[in-house]
Design a binder for this molecule. Structure first.
Ligand code: ANZ
Length: 804
């Protein structure tokens, strides 16, 4: 190796820190807000997968700074969460101490990568100064009617003593268990805070048009929101005054309804089940509660269900149809009740076959041995025969709406956001209750801090451990005795406004008030985020939550843009050298610290940026890493050994200008891997010339390369006698006129054989090159005394003589 990366990298990291080199500036009218998805500070530290995205944004941030932009490029920590709490429970430590220790490790690791984060913008979501604003935003949501307490079915895990999000539950042998620990999970109704994200469903859908993001991510969000336009139809329950509301997208199949299915856990079931069926129904309901929604909707599983012994009246045909319960109907989608049309819906078909329920075709189908899905001519459908779908729908809705039994309804798959957890380590709600359970907002005492305690065991009652800390729980406010909310917020709370927190940060975890004129000015300058980069696993949950909060804050006049992001890129994964995903359990994770030690951070940065497109998942390769390091050595040797000249002999002008142009263009297009190739081509040119190198070429080469491998470039910058930092320079420009070689080589052929070549200026007219060819001595001799039958000259290329 040519140089000691250890010494060089440390030296420049110290220099950047001491000179506050990456402070967010406010000097230019051009800005770039470049945001990484921040990490959860786990005990395992930085993963090489993190470095793929973080290196990309660092390259881009450095590029923008050198191009005269004010750049906001921050990093922080998504620091609340279950792993720290579980660790604390196991070891008896405070989760806060554990988190802080992990963050310190991350911070050192990120610094060792040479990332140009502004240290004054660092945020930690579990810091009371930070969550003060998380709580303030919650209060605004509450005041806007977007937060409320509901009794909802949650995934309850008795062992962990908490409700879990769907993503935290996995399916083992048909049973729900917790992802952490593999403990039993079942559905249980609990008093929960819910945020009404569904009220923003349409906005979340429309806003997608204004964000430049991969189509696959847009589709994921669209499907998650799942807009569905249909009809609500009311069925009377026979001999009672009860009604069943069904949601259907196919009102036109109403003549084919042969039974209704209610989700087993729907409240109405108990009210309408006949006595003799109650026991069977109860058993079925409790079985359903241990199944996940995914399993319930799994089409490959045989259908199950129970008749509740009651009948409903079809409001169009007045026919009586039996009412069943089955787990394939979900309680929290639409009304949780379905009109089953087995002839035209495959789930209903299977169910009807299994329980021998009638199947009546109301759409013409060639093959009646299976369900016909789709649209065709109506049969057995008195009122609508001969109509198309739209007309049939309109006719039926009109008829039903006259009797108040039908109306158009738009439904969304998107659920309201379950916003409370029965855990210690999350943001406390800024809420308390009086004797009558009225909600009192603790607006004046923000932040509502988590108490210091070494007792964070689950309370056992389903409440959070905070319920056990009586000194914290009971408060006096304006002479009223109140009891605090003991749930805490989910981890996704803190990450739903962190893009704003960075803008407001005036020092680590010190913030300007979000609702101040100063904040408005800053939001106006920095929003929206110009580039947001992170993993695809956050495509739905996080991205929808953060957009929802942003939209609410926009409606409240706090932020200046309707959407938080302008552009989103999903980085691919770094796979191990056999193409497998790296994971702790497989023991194939590469720790960046080891690579920094052996090859240097610059080599790792170069390798990771060069290995392929940012969006692609790519394989780790030791030899690729070695090559990256070798190339840096080659650059070092080039600057070290070639004579650096103050005058330019022009021999590298074309190669140089081509490089400047393409490199800049490719970096702007986030094509870092192909951009790097341009630098490599230039270095090859220099070596092939084996001459001196013009100082301006070398300086600008180092400026450009510094966005990829900053440490070595600072070192070489100094080595060639330059002052200040290479990061403080101005991005080079290129000369359009020097993009192509001005000299071309012309071949001269006689009767198809190459006889000579000569050089001339590009663009020399063909009659001129013909004359030039004729003046070449050897050609003159060969043409002497010969008859020229044909002479052809092609500009910039060839002169051809046919002689006899
Ligand atoms: C009758 C019907 C006939 C239906 C037919 C479909 C085809 P999307 O587009 O996803 O909104 N459905 C309604 N609520 C449900 C629930 N809680 N759980 C399970 N399924 C439910 O689908 C709407 C359709 O899904 C509705 O239209 C209903 O079945 C079913 F030939 O009603 B349909």
């Amino acid at each position: 190796m040519e140089f000691s990366h250890k010494a060089i990298e440390k030296k420049w990291q110290k220099f950047w820190k001491e000179n506050n080199a990456f402070a967010t500036k406010n000097k230019s009218d051009k800005k770039a807000y470049i945001l990484d998805m921040f990490p959860y500070p786990s005990g395992a530290g930085l993963h090489v997968g993190h470095t793929k995205g973080y290196t990309a944004t660092d390259i881009y941030s450095r590029f923008k700074r050198l191009n005269g932009y004010d750049v906001l490029h921050p990093m922080g920590y998504d620091a609340f969460g279950l792993p720290a709490e579980q660790y604390a429970l196991k070891t008896g430590n405070d989760p806060r101490d554990f988190t802080i220790k992990n963050i310190e490790n991350f911070r050192v690791q990120l610094e060792k990568m040479g990332y140009s984060y502004d240290p004054n913008k660092e945020i930690i979501t579990s810091d009371p100064n930070y969550y003060k604003t998380t709580q303030w935003i919650f209060i605004q949501l509450y005041k806007k009617g977007l937060a409320e307490i509901r009794n909802v079915n949650v995934n309850w895990c008795p062992e962990l003593g908490t409700a879990l999000a769907n993503e935290e539950v996995i399916n083992v042998d048909g049973k729900m268990v917790s992802e952490v620990g593999g403990f039993e999970v079942f559905k249980k109704p609990m008093r929960q805070w819910v945020l009404k994200i569904t009220e923003y469903a349409d906005r979340l859908l429309k806003g997608l048009d204004d964000i430049d993001m991969p189509k696959s991510i847009k589709d994921l969000q669209k499907n998650w929101i799942g807009k569905s336009e249909g009809t609500l139809i009311e069925f009377d329950v026979k001999n009672t005054n009860k009604k069943l509301n069904v949601f259907t997208t196919r009102i036109d199949t109403i003549y084919g309804v042969s039974y209704l299915v209610v989700a087993p856990e729907n409240k109405i079931v108990e009210e309408i089940t006949i006595d003799s069926k109650k026991k069977e129904v109860e058993q079925y309901v409790s079985k359903t509660l241990s199944k996940s929604d995914i399993e319930r909707q799994d089409e490959s599983k045989p259908k199950s269900g129970v008749s509740i012994g009651q009948y409903a009246i079809n409001p169009i045909t007045k026919e009586e149809v039996p009412i069943w319960i089955s787990d394939y109907v979900l309680n929290d989608y639409a009304t949780g009740i379905v009109m089953a049309v087995p002839a035209h819906d495959s789930r209903d078909w299977e169910f009807a076959k299994k329980f021998k329920l009638p199947i009546k075709f109301v759409l013409k189908a060639e093959d009646e041995s299976k369900a016909f899905i789709g649209k065709s001519e109506y049969v057995n459908s008195k009122l609508i025969e001969g109509m198309n779908f739209e007309k049939a729908k309109e006719t039926l809705v009109k008829l039903l709406s006259k009797e108040n039994k039908g109306s158009i309804k738009v439904n969304y798959k998107l659920r309201d956001w379950l916003f409370s957890r029965q855990r210690f380590y999350g943001e406390p709600f800024p809420v308390a209750f009086d004797d009558e359970q009225n909600i009192v907002l603790l607006e004046k005492s923000l932040p509502v801090e988590l108490p210091k305690t070494d007792y964070i065991k689950p309370s056992g009652t389903g409440e959070s451990p905070l319920a056990n800390i009586k000194e914290w729980l009971n408060i006096d406010l304006d002479n009223k005795k109140l009891v605090r909310e003991t749930n805490t917020m989910p981890q996704s709370a803190g990450s739903s406004w962190y893009h704003l927190a960075y803008i407001l940060a005036k020092g680590p975890n010190e913030f300007i008030n979000i609702d101040s004129p100063e904040a408005k000015k800053l939001f106006k300058k920095w929003l929206p985020v110009d580039l947001y980069l992170g993993g695809q696993e956050h495509a739905v949950g996080h991205l929808l939550y953060i957009r929802f909060w942003h939209q609410v804050l926009f409606d409240l006049g706090i932020v200046s843009t309707p959407e938080p992001f302008n552009k989103l890129i999903n980085q691919g994964m770094v796979l191990d050298n056999s193409g497998t995903k790296m994971s702790k359990s497989k023991g194939n994770v590469v720790n960046p610290d080891d690579i920094i030690e052996s090859h240097g951070a610059d080599a790792l940065r170069l390798f990771i940026a060069f290995m392929g497109p940012i969006e692609a998942s790519l394989q780790w390769s030791e030899s690729g890493l070695d090559s990256a390091r070798k190339w840096i050595d080659r650059v070092y040797r080039m600057v070290d050994t070639f004579e650096i000249s103050k005058t330019n002999d022009g021999s590298l002008d074309v190669a140089y200008n081509k490089m400047v142009k393409s490199f800049g263009q490719m970096i702007s297009d986030y094509k870092f891997n192909t951009a790097i190739s341009q630098l490599m081509v230039f270095v090859n040119e220099i070596y092939s010339q084996q001459k001196q190198v013009y100082i301006e070429h070398i300086k600008n080469f180092l400026i450009m390369l510094s966005i990829i491998t900053p440490h070595i470039c600072e070192e070489l910058w100094q080595k060639i006698g330059q002052k200040n930092s290479v990061c403080d320079q101005v991005w080079p420009t290129f000369d359009d006129k020097k993009l192509v070689d001005n000299v071309v080589t012309i071949a001269v052929q006689i009767n198809g054989k190459l006889r000579a070549t000569f050089e001339t200026a590009r663009g020399t007219k063909s009659n001129v090159i013909l004359d030039m060819a004729k003046k070449i001595d050897s050609i003159q001799t060969q043409l002497e005394n010969k008859k020229i039958i044909k002479e052809i000259a092609v500009q910039d290329k060839i002169v051809n003589f046919v002689i006899k």
